[in-house]
Structures are given as structure tokens and as C-alpha cells.
Write a protein that binds this ligand. Structure first.
Ligand code: MRU
Length: 356
């Protein structure tokens, strides 16, 4: 890989897939190897690996593992058998469209296999390509996002971010966190406020850990502190990632993102979404069509297995929300920036030439 990330979450080594178990961070760094595709499906579902691009990359490697197994099982009928593995991977999580994009890329690679060469090696090459392209896209977005911040650099140098969008959530470097890394390196940011990101604590457990490792000044806050930070003039930008962006520029991202966008509008704080074009779903006209994952009540009623709410309490736990395009100042992608996104703006962006 050309630009090695400081932290990585996904590695292909010793002929297998290794994932850093994000459920245990920041206290333990444990890598899990994946011998079969069902283990990969479980790791995505159980959040060993999470973050839209990281889920897609993991699923691509999952196809490689599945193909190896199916070829051993049936050298002539393996392609047919592999369809069930594609279906299982596609059902692992519903909201991040990068998962479906990556599986589509692997299906295209499967259709184009050179019959004279090893199919597993060819599929592995495609999975590695998906991984490398994501890392490259993040570096490009980091540069473009930092340039955007530079245009308004007379303002406060604090930013607030939500969830984890860094090396752990991507092929490396990060989307929103990539912009924050680039902008900090350019002297455009001097303080990052990280929402803790209830109920799964991606902010406190992952973002705070990544930024601290990089030596970027980070202050952790409860999600409900965001309005106060804005009122106090401590942040000039909200910078977040995305799990799915529809044709009109609506953005699904971690629950709480929409609240930040509403707060930002009220306080005159700018709102930036950073996502590779693999996060766009131009087939959906607007955000209300995005499937929103709901997870179990245990994420809300317990912390590390310790019950913190009355037993039997009803819980509503949607883990993503949709921010309407009209609340977004800019969407930064590796193909360029769309300010004040509209259907026309998104279509023009997606018509730009992709990275190779
Ligand atoms: O439930 P998660 O942790 O997978 O949710 C992750 C997010 O919502 C991120 O903000 C998004 O995937 C962008 S990551 C580059």
C-alpha cells in the first residue's frame, strides 16, 4: 500500500483476513483471524469491524475467503454456491451502502475472471484494490476538505465530530477524521471536540483513541454538550462522515448527526460531510428511502454488561439518522466538493472521472 496508515483495522496477511476487534478498544488491541465467511459476516454484524468503507472492504475480503472454500467444495459448481455467501454478506448490516457497492465490485470481478489464472488470486487482487482505493480517496478528501476550511480560516479553529470516521472506519486515514488530520497538519484546526456517540461510544472509545495517538488536541464531550460548544463560539465546523448519500444529497450517518446539523444551522456553524463516492446511492431519490438499522436494547440499557435502566424498559435504538441536504454546507468526496448539495450538484459530481 502506498500511504501506510498509522492505525489499521483490516489486514490481509498469512493468507487470511485479520480484523482489529473494535469492541475492545481502547483498552485492548486484539486481532481476530477469519477462516470462513460466516465468521466475517458475524464480525460485521457484531461490530468487530464498523464504519461504512471498512465494512465494504471487509466484505470484499469475505468474498475471497468464501470463494476459496467453495472451490475446494466443488471445483465445477463453486460459482453457484458462492451466491449464498454474497447473500449472507449483504445481510450483515443494512444502512452503509459501501457494503453493497463492494459486493457489486466483487461480482463484476467474478464475471471477468481469466479462466487461465487462479480465481482466488484474482479476487484477492480486486479486494486489495478496493482497500487501496479507499485509502487513496481518503487522502484526496483530506486535502480538499482542508482547503475548504482554509477559505473560512479567519474563524475559530475548533471543530466537532461525531462517531468514528478515522483509520478504524475506513481503509486508513479516514473521511471526516482524514479532513481533520489534514487540516490540523496545515494549522487550520487547533481543537477537536469528539462527541462520545451514544449508544455504542464510537467517539470516546475510537475517535478519542485515534486522535490521541496522532497527538491532535481532542476533548471528549457528552453528545448533549454540542449546543453549548456552538453557543460559546468554540466550533466553526461540524465535520462528519456518511453511511449513505442519496441522489438529492440527503445523508444517513450515525444517530445524532441530524441533531448536530439542526444545531449548526441555528448557531451559524458550518456543516461538512466527508465521504467517498462509494457511499453514494444515486438509485435512491431521497433520504427517507434509506433503510435505517435498529439494534438491540442492550446497547442502551447496559454499559459493559452492567444494567443502567430498569429491567424490561421499552427501548428505541435506531443507530443512524438522515440529515436533509438543505442543512449541509458541503459534501467532500475524492472527486470534488459539492457545496449546498442538490440533485443536480450530486449528479454533476458523480459524472466526474473516478480515481483508478
Ligand atoms: O455503526 P457504525 O459504527 O458502523 O457507524 C459508523 C458511522 O456512522 C460513520 O460515521 C460512517 O460509517 C462514516 S465512516 C468513514
Amino acid at each position: 500500500m502506498s500511504q501506510a496508515p498509522a492505525v489499521s483495522a483490516i489486514e490481509w496477511r498469512d493468507d487470511t483476513l485479520w480484523l482489529l476487534d473494535q469492541r475492545l478498544l481502547p483498552l485492548q488491541e486484539v486481532w481476530l483471524s477469519h477462516a470462513d465467511v460466516q465468521a466475517v459476516v458475524k464480525s460485521i454484524r457484531d461490530m468487530v469491524v464498523r464504519g461504512a468503507p471498512a465494512i465494504g472492504i471487509t466484505a470484499a475480503y469475505g468474498v475471497v475467503i468464501a470463494a476459496r472454500h467453495r472451490i475446494a467444495q466443488s471445483p465445477t459448481g463453486w460459482r453457484q454456491l458462492l451466491q449464498a455467501d454474497f447473500a449472507d454478506l449483504a445481510e450483515s448490516r443494512p444502512t452503509a451502502v459501501n457494503l453493497f457497492w463492494a459486493l457489486d465490485q466483487m461480482k463484476i470481478a467474478l464475471d471477468k475472471l481469466d479462466p487461465a489464472a487462479d480465481p482466488v488470486a484474482q479476487l484477492l487482487q480486486e479486494a486489495k484494490h478496493i482497500h487501496e482505493m479507499d485509502l487513496a480517496a481518503n487522502h484526496t478528501m483530506g486535502h480538499l476538505g482542508a482547503n475548504l476550511i482554509r477559505q473560512y480560516s479567519a474563524q475559530a479553529k475548533g471543530v466537532i465530530t461525531h462517531c468514528n470516521t478515522g483509520s478504524l472506519a475506513t481503509g486508513g486515514y479516514g473521511t471526516a477524521l482524514g479532513v481533520i488530520r489534514s487540516a490540523y497538519a496545515a494549522g487550520l484546526i487547533d481543537q477537536v471536540y469528539a462527541d462520545e456517540t451514544r449508544p455504542w461510544w464510537q467517539g470516546s472509545r475510537l475517535t478519542a483513541w485515534e486522535l490521541q495517538k496522532d497527538g491532535i488536541p481532542v476533548t471528549l464531550n457528552a453528545d448533549s454538550v454540542a449546543a453549548t460548544l456552538m453557543k460559546q463560539g468554540k466550533v466553526s465546523w461540524v465535520i462528519v462522515g456518511a453511511d449513505r448519500i442519496t441522489a438529492n444529497g440527503d445523508v444517513a450517518n450515525k444517530i445524532g448527526t441530524y441533531s448536530l446539523a439542526v444545531l449548526a444551522k441555528h448557531h451559524g456553524v458550518r456543516f461538512m460531510v466527508v465521504a467517498p463516492t462509494t457511499t453514494f446511492d444515486p438509485n435512491l431519490p431521497h433520504g427517507s428511502a434509506i433503510p435505517i438499522e435498529e439494534r438491540g436494547p442492550e446497547e442502551v440499557v447496559a454499559v459493559k454488561g452492567q444494567q443502567i435502566a430498569p429491567p424490561g424498559i421499552a427501548v428505541y435504538n435506531p443507530v443512524f439518522d438522515v440529515t436533509p441536504a438543505e442543512l449541509i454546507d458541503a459534501i467532500v468526496t475524492e472527486r470534488g466538493v459539492v457545496e449546498h448539495p442538490t440533485t443536480e450538484g450530486v449528479a454533476a459530481l458523480l459524472a466526474q472521472a473516478p480515481l483508478h
